[in-house]
Design a protein around this ligand. Structure first.
Ligand code: ATP
Length: 543
């Protein structure tokens, strides 16, 4: 070890040392390299030997331990730990005041714990310890030995040591920020892995709430049977997902699964979509075409929004269920089919039956085993799980690494999600796209939720609902939602991605036709049914 004595007032050497220390700070990949490098410079350039940095121990914060050193053996390093009431080091940490011991042999508080006197050079040895401060709080202690009989004034060394302790404080602060960030990322990564694992069971259906577990149990009970299942629940609660789960857990799993949304297809096309058609059956039917029922032969057909099927098609569907045959539109031949039909609705089908809009016999046929999917706001704890899952998916899709900032998860959990899981997925995806510097801030979420409320038209969509007020009265007594009107006691209107300008367009058409929906639909080139469907989705009913 070189100990070079300097002339008193050798300011150029001090500057060189500070310059080198600053370079170390910028270049070192780890705090270990930067701090031990600084301690080495102290020794080589100023003769401040056996430099050490003591910090509270990782296991016991009340005990200071030598964490970095230069010129100490590993055993000496290990021996150097001090409680706050022990020795000079403990005192510096306790008081935040530097200590200069001119002669360690004459100081009763000097413990000789790390370094034995016999290993030190002959002559008078001084000990200097300066606190490493974070504002007014001592973070640790920087200390070293110094041969007393040197031309350079001790005052000059003290100044340098105080500057170096500031640099070391900076290194430690940066390092602790990095550590904290790394720990968060590790935790998050672990959570994401767990979420991914959970999503792999149940074919991607996530949820651990009692409500969703109950629904899953019911699915498993009937998956391997041919019983008719009617899935009820608000829009976006996963009815289609669950129908697929039923299919995948049954004997038909290797056969086709097809889904059709009865409300989304224009009425005149729906029959041909379901039953197929013969060539020439209608204008544009240039070839014979199979319908979805026939295509799903051997497998499962999922009929979403079954409540929107007109009475004529309801009769035809009933015939399929009773006799397992279909006829193409324009055909006369009975075609045998073996299809499991699973249906879903967000409407109250019982009410539709009472109003004469839905056949009672078909209702009985379909409703053999109803499974109600609870709205997201009733799935305690699932929002968190799903939000993480969608974050992972969006990060993958958009090649980002984005995380939720402080308070975001709580905000997502307090929101009442009129559009349920589909809406949550959309919000998380959008948040990933708008996030700056890899963090989704609570403000980003507020903006998106605000836009959501404008789009979904729900008057309360942007209001945080207290946990106690979030549950709607009784899911079992109200298995499906009604007409789609906003409910005073809880959001229940179906949610779908619809553009805001579409609402304006519908309203404008209604205005022009004096509120006549059939005419308004014609103005926009839609069927009255399509028009009503959109009004319904946008919550624009005036009756
Ligand atoms: N438990 C779940 N775990 C993960 N993703 C889910 C879950 N439930 C639903 N989803 C996802 O949410 C979205 C909406 O689900 P789905 O289409 O099945 O709802 P729905 O009730 O059929 O909606 P609608 O009535 O509007 O047709 C889909 O992207 C689906 O994959």
């Amino acid at each position: 070890m070189t100990t070079t004595s300097r002339d008193p007032g050798d300011g150029a050497a001090d500057l060189t040392l500070l310059h080198e220390a600053a370079k170390l700070l910028g270049q070192s990949a780890t705090p270990e390299l930067a701090i031990t490098g600084t301690l080495r410079l102290m020794s080589q350039m100023l003769g401040l030997n056996r430099g050490r940095v003591l910090l509270p121990g990782p296991d016991d914060q009340a005990v200071l331990q030598i964490r970095y050193s230069y010129g100490l053996t590993p055993e000496e390093g290990k021996r150097g730990h001090y409680r706050a009431d022990e020795g000079i080091t403990g005192r510096v940490m306790r008081t935040g005041q530097l200590a200069v011991i001119q002669n360690i042999e004459e100081e009763p508080d000097y413990l000789f714990r790390a370094v034995d006197r016999t290993t030190l050079p002959e002559g008078v040895v001084a000990y200097i310890a300066v606190p490493i401060m974070d504002g007014s709080m001592p973070l640790g202690v920087l200390a070293c030995h110094r041969l007393r009989m040197r031309p350079r004034p001790i005052q000059a060394d003290l100044v340098i040591l105080q500057i170096l302790s500031t640099i070391i404080a900076q290194i430690l602060r940066i390092n602790s920020l990095i550590d904290e960030r790394t720990r968060l990322l590790k935790d998050e990564n672990q959570e994401l892995k767990e979420t991914l694992q959970k999503s792999q069971t149940n074919h991607g259906i996530l949820g651990e709430s009692p409500a969703i577990r109950d629904a899953l149990r019911q699915v498993m009970r009937v998956a391997d049977t041919s019983v008719s299942v009617l899935l009820t629940g608000e829009s976006g609660t996963g009815k289609e997902r669950f129908s697929h789960l039923l299919h995948l857990n049954g004997a038909r799993r290797d056969q086709p699964f097809l889904a059709i949304n009865c409300a989304a297809i224009p009425e005149q096309l729906l029959e041909s979509e379901l039953f197929g058609h013969e060539r020439g059956a209608f204008t544009g039917a240039t070839a014979t075409k199979q319908g979805k029922i026939e295509m799903a032969h051997g497998g499962t057909l999922f009929l979403d929004e079954i409540g929107d099927l007109n009475l004529e098609l309801q009769s035809k569907l009933l015939r399929v269920l009773e006799s397992q045959v279909i006829q193409h539109v324009g055909g006369v031949k009975d075609i045998p089919v073996d299809v499991r039909i699973i249906t879903a609705t967000h409407q109250n089908l019982q009410e539709a039956v009472n109003q004469g809009r839905f056949r009672l016999d078909l209702f009985y046929r379909l409703n053999v085993f109803p499974i109600h999917l609870p709205p997201l706001r009733e799935r305690e704890g699932d929002t968190r799980l799903l939000a993480r899952h969608f974050l992972l998916g969006a990060n993958r899709e958009y090649a980002r690494y984005t995380r939720f900032g402080q308070g975001v998860m709580e905000r997502l959990e307090s929101y009442h999600w009129p559009g349920n899981i589909r809406q949550l997925e959309n919000v998380v995806k959008r948040a990933v796209l708008v996030a700056q510097q890899g963090e989704i801030r609570i403000e980003d979420i507020e903006t998106i939720l605000h836009q959501e409320s404008a789009v979904s038209g729900h008057p309360e969509a942007n209001r945080a609902v207290p946990a106690t007020a979030r549950h709607s009265p009784s899911p079992s007594s109200a298995p499906a939602q009604g007409s789609g009107h906003p409910q005073p006691n809880g959001p229940s209107r179906p949610y779908q991605w619809v553009r805001e300008d579409e609402a304006a367009m519908l309203q404008e058409a209604l205005k022009r036709t004096g509120g006549n929906k059939t005419q308004a639909a014609a103005v926009l080139g839609m069927t009255p049914r399509q028009f009503r469907y959109r009004l319904d989705k946008l919550g624009l009913h005036d009756d």
